[in-house]
Write a protein that binds this ligand. Sequence first.
Ligand code: IVH
Length: 667
Amino acid sequence: MNPKEEIHHLTEEIKRHNYSYYVLASPTISDYEFDQLLTKLQKLETQYPEWKLPDSPTERVGGTITKDFPSFRHLHPMLSLGNSYSEADLDEFDKQIQKLAEGRPYSYLVEHKFDGVSLSLHYENGLLMRGVTRGDGQQGDEITANAKTIGSVPLRLRGNHFPDQLEVRGEVMMFQSDFGALNQAREAEGLAPLMNPRNTTAGTLKMQDSGQVAARPLQFFAYHLITNPLTVPSDYEQMDLLENWGFKLGKFHSHCPTIQAVHHYIQAWEERRKDLDYDIDGIVIKVNELDLREIMGNTAKAPRWAIAFKYKAVESYTQVESVDYQVGRTGKITPVANLIPVLLAGTTVKRASIHNADEIGRLDLHLEDTVSIEKGGDIIPKITGVVLEKRRTGAMAVQFPIHCPACSTKLIQPEGEVNHFCPNVSGCPPQIKGRISHFAGRKAMDIEGLGTEIVNTLVDQGLIQNYADLYELTYEQLIPLERFADQSVKNLLEGIEKSKSQPFARVLFGLGIRYVGATVAQKLAAASQNIQTLLAMSHEELVAIPDIGGRIAESIQEFSSGEENQILINQLLKAGLRLELGEEDASQPESDLLSGKIFVISGIFASQSRDELKVLIKKMGGKVSSSLSKKTSYLVAGENAGPSKMEKASQLEIPILSEEAFLKLLE
Ligand code: IVH
């Protein structure tokens, strides 16, 4: 097979596997085999870019960075739906439809109202050209690169029978199970949990790095086809078309000949919806006959031929007493409403998160407002709306603060962020306390006897200002403090002393560098070997470390450029903390074939991933370093090895090994 044929062949094969995995949810090969095929295709495409196909599955891997998403005016407005809450509402809707149908026979198509983010996909000659968010319904953001990373979005329609131009609308969602797993992983990294699948989906679709979008498990469920002229007479048949073209549909759409059948469907799902792995916020009822839809038309906001039925959420009403603004360890400001306590789904709720300033604006929240609160999949209940009729005249609007509630520094809102931050990193008490508590925490230095309360006391008493100060505390300083006795002081000092032997990765995590969670810290520790090397790394060197993206790299560089941080690190080094990889951190080598040799790896390898290669070198007794120096024994260069690394290696006269040559070395 020549390269062109091979690329074609691989593309088709991977597409088949993708379809089985993402649309049919029945994988045909192992993840490992799949990755091998994809890597092979990627390599060929880099070698022969002229043969790369426009719908190549390598597009799904992402990697495109979009600074500002261009606006796109919808070809047809993306409308919303009228709501109904009872059988009576629906009977009323049915009467309306009957009138509009003027004696022509009609029926309904009903399905779940997916609680995600709507997305419009444009296809030309079967090829995905564009993905556009709903925006304000008239125009949205073009997020094509991000849409392409969603496995169940076809990059090319299956088969040959489709109109030249068509638009498919549907909902992007995250399954609850995937969301749970994502949050678990975040927790392990010491990151704040994400609020709920819907917000996470919305946030993910707006990420600038499509590579990050690709890493998030998003689903696309198609529910609406727009073609001109129509190809089939009913929605039910359109759903079949969509399915045949390779789209994933909600499994439970149903054709109901009468409104009574619609009532049954709604009743059946009242309970059953709780067993779904995705959130629905009701049922959508649409006239099935497409010609009737055209006759019935739309109002300014919604089609006349469709309506949403909303189930009652677990909801309650109460009043807002005040709003607090919490300052996190990163300086992030979170508004939290204090409520008149109310019983909701079995627990008493006193507080509800309001997320950020935008949300206060969206709700137009005033003090003493009667608000509806809802407990969804979220951990903390949320305020879903304000009962405007109950607002007291003269009630004060809730104003997001301009200054930090803790230290009065003017707040900032970094570009592209919905959150506000207090920039007074080194002087703002809750940030200081938060960082020390994080450092002492279970996943970092795990200092026994140093809970949040004690940290607060130590900071308030002026005994410590940062985590490095912990190592200078003395018995004499602590014993006069309230709640401290001889034994508790000794225990605390012992706990602090013991923490000095925590491994490098934990210390690194404890430093509280933004986006450096526990797992990332381990990867950074392994790749850099010691803190000085890590903090001296260039952006390119950092992003060359597996799983380290631009955002983490930037954050590390920001940390290392802070003068106070350099002082902190020196203080920690002086205290004797482990800021380099120790012998016991590396897995025991199985052989000493490569002992004393230091390797630097660059590029992509056919036989194994870079991570696997590193493990292999360590197993054979060698060391892996991320940057070249006179001490480097070899540069192992795979496909697309970094040109600057290659040049530096030649300058330093370091032997460059190809993948083959390296594998030979092992023999
Ligand atoms: S059909 C509005 N079907 O609900 C014209 N919409 O509140 C046709 N939605 O913007 C829409 N699940 O994003 C339809 N099964 C479903 C849906 C659905 C969720 C969303 C859609 C729309 C919003 C209206």
